[in-house]
Design a protein. Structure first.
Length: 121
């Protein structure tokens, strides 16, 4: 896959880092600013939440589960059809447990258009 341009890469990384930081801080206002109004938030159970209501739902779920996302390695950035994909290896800290996976972000026009965490196999 071709790599995204340098300025696009920096902007995409900054956006995904702000998303994770805001998610962990439960800062819904900043989260909403990082996503498109039609964002797709895919859950591990296979459901898809949409838009700002979906952002509210994932924050509420994170609070209930005591969930934090922690980066565990360097990101990979690639261009896809009309967007930039950022893959972030991470740990999901859930209460006193820990899961490993990869956060997959799709960036369109500088904002997150899709997000999901793919569990490690």
């Amino acid at each position: 896959m071709p790599r995204a341009g340098v300025s696009e890469v920096g902007a995409a990384l900054e956006t995904t880092r702000l998303f994770i930081e805001s998610f962990n801080a439960r800062d819904v206002e900043t989260l909403r600013a990082t996503v498109t109004d039609d964002v797709e938030l895919r859950t591990p159970q296979g459901a898809t939440l949409h838009g700002y209501d979906g952002v509210d739902d994932i924050v509420r779920a994170a609070v209930n589960m005591d969930l934090l996302l922690v980066r565990r390695g360097p990101e990979q950035v690639d261009e896809i059809e009309g967007a930039t994909r950022v893959s972030v290896p991470l740990r999901e800290l859930v209460r006193k447990g820990e899961l490993h996976g990869t956060a997959e972000f799709e960036i369109r026009d500088g904002r997150i258009a899709a997000f999901e965490v793919v569990p490690a196999e």
